[in-house]
Design a protein around this ligand. Structure first.
Ligand SMILES: C[S@@+](CC[C@H](N)C(=O)[O-])C[C@H]1O[C@@H](n2cnc3c(N)ncnc32)[C@H](O)[C@@H]1O
Length: 310
């Protein structure tokens, strides 16, 4: 990760009248490890739902794909553990996938590559390290038909119009007949969503505070972690779950010599996790120029793996 870019984005976000920090910087080594803990949390239903769909319906998803050779390209792939289930099913059904995991974290991608190599040695792995907005252009060199995957409800981190712009960008990297598979958290009883971002053990709080710790370490800052709390809220009207760090006192923080003032109870917005209805997903497919879509949902109807075809 380029420190210059990190510094610029942090300084820009904290200079805004409503302070914010980009969620992609959560995932340094420690942040990735805390995220693994989040995935195991009782309240955090999302990975369980996604795994259930992958275990029970991968066959049906793959059944929509005609080509034998296919590049399975995964944006923000993380450790790839869930994807193994899908790749195993592909092999069972006689497909010849090449797996192209893309992630900003070199460490998690190395783990991912080793994980796939040990479990599925017949699947070639072509990891691409870096911000996928930058590394996506190197996909143009690859000629196989594509299934582009964006799992783990990562699309939720794009707010409103930005989700549409992002999926249109993805569409631009696909040929007619290629697929986009996206893990999406669905609208449901708001209490269930709220609890997922406000766990009783404070793991989500640690995850958020780690961003300040990272800024301290990498950008020579002096955030006092004890002087910030975490607050998560869900608005069922627009389907957005928002995470904030809250300054618990009037304070001044130095980042590489630049001073930032925080008023007592002033917030730093750190993350959005947008929830969708199936109807909204159909509209999203149309708005982003896909010709066809189909939703694969878990038994509780909490989550969808939505397949869009170009
Ligand atoms: C919430 S995790 C999900 C991991 C995996 N897809 C899953 O479902 O378990 C998000 C992953 O996306 C990566 N990521 C976030 N923003 C990224 C970006 N702009 N470019 C590349 N990777 C990114 C993070 O490093 C992290 O591994």
């Amino acid at each position: 990760m380029d420190n210059q870019e990190f510094r610029e984005e942090v300084l820009r976000g904290l200079s805004d009248s409503k302070k914010h920090l980009p969620s992609k910087y959560f995932y340094d080594d420690k942040g990735s490890a805390i995220f693994q803990e989040i995935m195991e949390m009782e309240e955090y239903y999302l990975p369980g739902c996604e795994v259930e769909i992958l275990q029970n319906q991968s066959k049906d998803i793959i059944g929509e794909i005609l080509s034998e050779e296919i590049d399975v390209i995964e944006l923000g792939a993380g450790d790839g553990t869930k994807t193994i289930v899908f790749l195993e099913e592909m092999i069972r059904l006689g497909k010849k996938p090449t797996y192209v995991p893309m992630d900003i974290s070199a460490d998690i991608l190395k783990f991912n590559e080793e994980n796939i190599a040990s479990r599925l040695p017949e699947v070639p792995v072509v990891p691409l390290v870096g911000d996928y907005f930058l590394t996506m252009s190197s996909l143009e060199e690859r000629k196989n038909p594509r299934l582009l995957m964006f799992m783990g409800s990562n699309i939720g981190n794009f707010h409103g119009e930005r989700a549409i712009e992002f999926i249109r960008l993805i569409n631009g990297y696909l040929q007619d007949g290629d697929f986009f598979l996206m893990g999406v958290d669905l609208k449901k009883n708001p209490h269930i969503i709220r609890a997922a971002y406000n766990d009783k053990d404070g793991i989500t709080k640690r995850f958020n505070l780690n961003l300040l710790e990272r800024i301290n370490r990498e950008l020579s800052a002096d955030f006092d972690l004890a002087a910030f709390d975490h607050y998560g809220v869900y608005n069922p009207k627009d389907g957005a779950a928002l995470s904030f760090l809250v300054s618990l006192e009037d304070q001044e923080v130095s980042i590489g010599g630049r001073k930032f003032s925080f008023e007592k109870f002033e917030t730093i917005h750190t993350e959005v996790s947008q929830k969708y209805s199936l109807k909204e997903l159909d509209q999203l497919a149309k708005l982003t120029n896909f010709s066809w879509d189909r939703h694969f949902t878990d038994s509780k109807g909490y989550y969808s793996l939505s397949l869009f075809r170009k």
